[in-house]
Design a binder for this molecule. Structure first.
Ligand SMILES: Cc1cc2nc3c(=O)[nH]c(=O)nc-3n(C[C@H](O)[C@H](O)[C@H](O)COP(=O)(O)OP(=O)(O)OC[C@H]3O[C@@H](n4cnc5c(N)ncnc54)[C@H](O)[C@@H]3O)c2cc1C
Length: 413
């Protein structure tokens, strides 16, 4: 092999491994940790040199807290600086309504935890590195799958401008919604489409004057999610799909005024948005793969199903996919008897929760959010919101759907 084709980061012991995971996000790192813990040789490739990317989901759901508890990591995880949310409260057309109450979810802790995603990922990476079978290659990108006789046998990787190969019994595409490996393996997706995009930004929070709640504000023509992060608000402003350019043409001052008009309590801090560089676009996609696998390859997390941001459940589902995959694949991988049927089982286990969740998200996007964004008069409170306002016990249902998801997983010993 010519020198330029040799992969410097992967030493001989790792040049062939039992499982190669492309993507060190929530799905990839959790799966890497679980497989290494089960005695499988695993290499996780992460194309970035660190986890420090702002404006990614920071929600750690009760179902993930349960997984961490199964692993004996929960108390240590909760030592990280975090906020705990017991209720989601929305100001809907001027009326304050508690939408979800997490205090009854059947989880290790009855809270939604907000933690910077890079802290969560660094925590998982640190714990995984304690296992001798685990390797994490930062700054290493999987560029395509290697295929032999119709089977995926590894990946081509690139690091510091040099390329090489890493062979594996199983390649896992956990490379997020832009999913390089899915595409290079020729696996299809079905796009459901989304009528919205989301603008993420931070605003300073004044604990003395601002409300303590986490939730959002819905006004005619506007929807703003406000996550209370103690010293700042993590905000998500929902806009009709493709309308960012129009907003930008009106200027940042007009946008600041819109935010202040939507949530009056933010009017004294919106000036901290200096320009469009402070605002990050999440172009919303909703899609799924009809088939998550090929011989030698499995896709999980956003790579297999990009979720709408409605309900903020993308991390939850990515972690649950990882747990299900580890439960079903660890023994066959360790014992060198992995078969297509094992990969099929992972999809069978996770397809229903994913598709049902996406259907609910699409229903809410199309029936409620789209109408709110196009309305100019104050509409009547949606029927569901009136029910939640009237019957507090009903708030357990959204809490369960957001916090636990459908068919929550436990780590098998
Ligand atoms: C702005 C924003 C806000 C969000 N807010 C929330 C929220 O509040 N709650 C929530 O639950 N979800 C939220 N989400 C969604 C959530 O972040 C994702 O659903 C979740 O991170 C999916 O995890 P994943 O591991 O499948 O993919 P990702 O988190 O996308 O991780 C994929 C990883 O793979 C790496 N990678 C990509 N390609 C390659 C390659 N070729 N080789 C090597 N590495 C590669 C990427 O750098 C990345 O680290 C948000 C997403 C965005 C963009």
């Amino acid at each position: 092999m010519p020198e330029s084709d040799r992969l410097l980061v992967v030493d001989d012991a790792d040049a062939a491994t039992q499982c190669c995971i492309a993507g060190g996000g929530p799905a990839g790192l959790m799966l890497g940790y679980l497989l290494a813990r089960a005695g499988v040789r695993v290499v996780v490739l992460e194309k970035h040199h660190d986890f420090l990317r702002d404006f990614r989901g920071d929600t750690i759901h009760p179902s993930t807290l349960t997984v961490l508890d199964d692993l004996g990591l929960l108390d240590e995880f909760l030592q990280l600086p975090h906020q705990e949310v017991t209720e989601l409260t929305g100001e809907v057309f001027g009326q304050l309504v508690t939408i979800a109450d997490f205090r009854h979810v059947p989880a290790a802790r009855q809270v939604l935890v907000l933690v910077p995603q890079w802290d969560f990922l660094a925590f998982l990476a640190r714990k995984a590195r304690a296992y001798p079978h685990f390797a994490l290659r930062m700054g290493t990108k999987a560029t395509e799958v290697l295929e032999e006789g119709g089977r995926i046998v590894g990946v081509r990787v690139q690091e510091q401008g040099r390329s090489g190969e890493l062979r594996a019994d199983l390649v896992v595409g956990a490379d997020g919604r832009h999913a390089t490996l899915r595409e290079s393996a020729g696996l299809a997706t079905v796009d459901t489409g989304a009528p919205i995009d989301v603008l993420w930004f931070r605003l300073p929070r004044d604990a003395a004057r601002h409300p303590a709640r986490t939730g959002g504000v819905i006004q005619p023509g506007a929807m703003l999610v406000t996550l209370n992060r103690d010293s700042y608000w993590q905000c998500a402003f929902v806009i009709p799909k493709g309308s960012l350019e129009d907003l930008q043409a009106q200027g940042i001052a007009a946008f600041r005024a819109r935010v202040a008009h939507t949530a009056a309590f933010l009017s004294d801090v919106v000036d901290s948005l200096q320009g469009w560089d402070d605002v990050k676009l999440l172009s919303v996609q909703v899609n799924h793969m009809p088939q998550w696998w090929r011989e030698g390859l499995l896709c999980i997390g956003d790579a297999a199903h990009a979720m709408s941001p409605v309900g903020g459940v993308g991390i939850n589902l990515a972690i649950q996919d990882a747990v299900a995959a580890a439960n079903l694949l660890a023994a066959p991988l360790r014992e060198g008897r992995l078969a297509i049927e094992d990969l099929r089982r992972v999809q069978q286990r996770r397809m229903l929760p994913t598709r049902l969740t996406q259907r609910m998200q699409v229903f809410l996007q199309d029936r409620i959010i789209r109408r709110v964004l196009s309305s100019t008069d104050t509409p009547v409170l949606p029927f569901v919101v009136r029910l939640l306002a009237r019957f507090p016990f009903l708030r357990r249902i959204p809490a369960r759907l957001i916090g636990m998801g459908i068919r929550p997983e436990h780590v098998r010993a």
